[in-house]
Design a protein around this ligand. Structure first.
Ligand SMILES: Cc1ncc(COP(=O)(O)O)c(C=O)c1O
Length: 447
């Protein structure tokens, strides 16, 4: 008998946790918004949430304002001008040879992942450390997943041999490998050779690949980005969207290239789920996006400037973290994040009540430290692995963009000055982390 005083929630929903980055990110946003007028000094270092700091490109917002009359439902798989623009984008930037029939669109790439996980049979392989949301989605769908623990010595990348062993053990069922390059949280970019080796292993075992390429355009050395779709189009879903490189996470628009071998089956399955759940992605947003995604000079300039600013911020932020005793932060090659290994401080942290990697997040956030970052389970780390993801986007992106245009920094010294001038909160954040670790007792065995 249902209890009239209590609504019972689906057990699968009860079992998942709210993604920590979103929880903490919104909390800090609210706090700052509420306190600005009081000149509150109780500020936070917001290193948890990976949101583009830059303003929406004017061509995108202007285009959206011209589309408000488009009130009709539209095609479930996306309007043709948008699908053809996404195909051109991939062909232009990544040297692919796609057409609009290879593309479907969704409400952001997170939504597309959920659809992909829903429509394919079998489980997933997730490299750790990882972005926070793949696992809760799989849990919600009741799917099994296997964590592939990468190693710092390998640059936290999946290596073909280890993957081969794992897939040999799992071979009886279909699996999808989730690959994210540039990587959240490590900032690593896979080389073509590494992707080819991984693709060979996946082909050998009949595994699919979800290539999450949302940070592709931020790759600091732009030519070094390779799309997995260029290597294994037969078995790859390659996803991208407006959220990171177009600084429009709130527009909720993403797309995926479909695996060529299973194209018709996947398309039909996608249509079935999308039509019966949300019908179509907002029609005005699709028309607006089509105008800016199709390669054009204005966006090219925007990408070039924002990429450079990301590079300068990421490199200097990671360098300053590495100046702290016992902190080993990755040097990002793209994206918005660096991953810091804090295991040299584990003994003192544990002695001071930070028993597990998960506890680090809460302890650092608490007064008086006020450092928001993501650690532990949310990054798929083992409880005794004291690693943390830090997003280097806590600065006024509009001001940094203008500063860069007026006086582009030349050389590493002037880039460091740019970092200090344009990202004072991140400079302060590094100092707070250093103080926090010192107060906890410093490195293990004093060395
Ligand atoms: C690695 C990665 N993939 C996907 C997403 C989600 O992007 P979207 O806004 O398109 O859902 C994010 C957002 O932080 C991300 O970091």
């Amino acid at each position: 008998m249902p209890n009239p005083e209590r609504m019972r929630i689906n057990e699968k929903v009860n079992s998942i946790r709210m993604p920590e980055n979103v929880k903490i990110g919104l909390m800090i946003d609210d706090h700052r918004n509420n306190c600005v007028s009081n000149k509150c000094e109780f500020d936070y270092s917001a290193l948890a949430f990976g949101q583009s700091p830059f303003p929406v490109p004017p061509s995108l917002s202007h285009s959206l304002s011209r589309q408000t009359e488009r009130g009709k439902y539209s095609s479930t798989i996306g309007i043709e001008p948008l699908r053809s623009a996404i195909s051109e984008f991939h062909n232009h930037y990544f040297g692919l040879n796609t057409d609009m029939d290879d593309v479907i669109i969704g409400n952001g790439t997170s939504d597309i992942f959920f659809l992909i996980f829903s429509l394919i049979e079998g489980g997933a392989i997730i490299p750790s450390p990882s972005w926070v949301s793949y696992v809760p989605q799989l849990q919600l769908l009741g799917k099994d997943y296997h964590i592939y623990h990468t190693r710092a010595e390998n640059g936290y990348k999946v290596d073909a041999e280890g993957l081969d062993d794992m897939l040999t053990d799992l071979e009886r069922r279909q699996h999808i490998l989730i690959l994210n390059s540039p990587n959240n949280p490590t900032g690593a970019v896979y080389t073509r050779k590494e992707l080819e080796a991984i693709a060979d292993v996946c082909s050998k075992h009949g595994a699919l690949i979800l290539s999450d390429e949302i940070y592709s355009i931020t790759t600091f050395d732009r030519k070094s980005f390779t799309s997995m779709y260029d290597i294994l189009p037969e078995a790859t879903f390659a996803t991208n969207g407006l959220s990171k490189c177009f600084s429009a996470g709130g527009y909720r628009l993403g797309g995926s290239l479909l695996p060529t071998s299973f194209h018709d089956d996947v398309m039909l399955a996608f249509k079935k789920i999308a039509t019966t759940t949300y019908t179509n992605v907002s029609t005005p947003t699709q028309y607006a996006a089509a105008e800016v995604i199709r390669p054009n000079e204005e966006m090219e300039e925007y990408f070039n400037i924002t990429r450079e600013v990301h590079r300068i911020m990421g490199t200097n932020f990671s360098n300053s973290l590495n100046d702290i005793d016992g902190v080993k932060a990755t040097t990002p090659e793209g994206g918005f994040y660096t991953f810091a290994d804090l295991n040299s401080h584990r003994d003192s942290l544990v002695r001071n009540g930070v028993k597990e990697s998960n506890d680090l997040m809460g302890d650092m956030l608490a007064h008086p430290h006020h450092i928001a970052l993501i650690s532990g389970e949310s990054c798929l780390l083992e409880p005794d692995d004291f690693g943390a993801r830090l997003a280097y986007v806590d600065y006024d992106g509009g001001a940094a963009y203008r500063d860069f245009i007026e006086d582009p920094p030349q050389g590493s010294r002037s880039e460091e000055e740019f970092f200090r001038r344009c990202a004072p909160r991140m400079v302060d954040g590094v100092e707070r982390i250093s103080r926090y670790l010192q107060e906890k007792g410093g490195m293990n065995n004093g060395g």
